[in-house]
Design a binder for this molecule. Structure first.
Ligand code: HEC
Length: 133
């Protein structure tokens, strides 16, 4: 009889701990998604787009560069690629979305696709006319 009670008590304790672990786990997951809300209103070329370039594209794309010969830091160049209507979403957006047949950017096996938020910011900037803002 005592054994049964001990077993039941142990089972109940373990069960309770497991349930709580699940609750905590859920809480943990909710925090980052709340912090990761992606603000795509008023995306600026000089601030937001250049920050994405600095972080992800600058090893290969910069003025006078001999890797790609494409200077994305030149407004005329990047806005031209954004609005050229080539591939499915224009060259720039198709490249970072990895959709529509453009060369996939960032290039190379060591360079993963951009984070969704960065892609969404570039898309918002392009859809608002790729302005020099
Ligand atoms: C590892 C080097 C490298 C990185 C990093 C890189 N690129 Fe490129 N990019 C190239 C090369 C090389 C080309 C020339 C076309 C080709 O070889 O695919 C190119 C071409 C392009 C083109 C033009 C494609 C065309 O068909 O005209 C765009 C747009 C572009 N890159 C955007 C980006 C963006 C945006 C990033 C950062 C998110 C990025 N690239 C990061 C190397 C790179």
């Amino acid at each position: 009889m005592l054994k049964k009670i001990v077993f039941a008590a142990t089972f109940f304790t373990v069960f309770t701990i497991l349930i709580q672990a699940c609750v905590y786990h859920k809480g943990d997951q909710q925090y980052p998604s709340a912090n990761n809300s992606c603000d795509t209103t008023n995306v600026s070329y000089r601030v937001d787009i250049k920050a994405i370039l600095d972080e992800n594209c600058s090893p290969c794309h910069y003025e006078g560069n001999d890797v790609s010969f494409i200077n994305l830091y030149d407004y005329e160049t990047i806005s031209g690629l954004a609005l050229d209507g080539q591939f499915t979403y224009g060259t720039l957006l198709s490249a970072v979305m990895h959709e529509g047949g453009a060369p996939e950017m960032p290039k190379g096996p060591g360079s993963p696709k951009l984070q969704d938020c960065d892609i969404n910011k570039i898309a918002a900037w392009v859809h608002h006319g790729a302005k020099d803002n």
